[in-house]
Design a protein around this ligand. Sequence first.
Ligand SMILES: [Zn+2]
Ligand SMILES: [Zn+2]
Length: 234
Amino acid sequence: MEISYDFHIHSCLSPCGDDEMTPWNLVGMAKVMGLDAIALTDHNTTRNLPQAMAAGDAYGVTVLPGMEISSKEDVHILGYFPSLEAALAAGDEVYSHLPDIMNKADLFGNQNLIGDEDEVIGTLEKLLINATDLSVDEVSALIEKHGGIVVPAHINRGSNGMIGALGLMPFLPQFPMIEVYPGVDCPAYATKGRFQLHSSDAHRLDALHGPEFFLDVKENSLSGVFESLKSKLS
Ligand SMILES: [Zn+2]
Ligand SMILES: [Zn+2]
């Protein structure tokens, strides 16, 4: 079967994410938009995933546990994980690789942790949009160590895309799966032979896209989505 997806969405835990982007709100919006599956991919943390996955269960939307990691070269790399537990472990490890620079909420935005009642239960202190001290290769190894799938984010967009940050997209067999930002040119050499994902990178509720991109899965569940993505790597 084919399911619609948006596998790059930020919650209110990312400082650049709207305060309205609580896990419950964003999964509810995905449902309203008609999406079958989403991924929550906050910057360098996975701590809002428990609520996103609870909301996914409640609303009938598959939530793929994810994270957007900033390498020391300032490349954004998405990691998708087979379980909440794996994602939480990976997230805490990545957070420990952020510099000890605290968020200034009035400057960068709130980093809100959300609880069972959709309420703010705390904040994360380190500024999450900083680069970690991990190289692109070390980020990839960390994701794979936790059983995850490595996907360079928006390779064709801005200074945090792999092409912009490294000056060149590494060649296959590195990075068999990539995210290409829709509506922005991408050089053909960079996509040739690679499986492409297209997602919104939404930071606001009205930025989620509707059912525009599709993935074939055996069943619409976390394992169904994860196994489908894994099968595209070979
Ligand atoms: Zn990014
Ligand atoms: Zn993003």
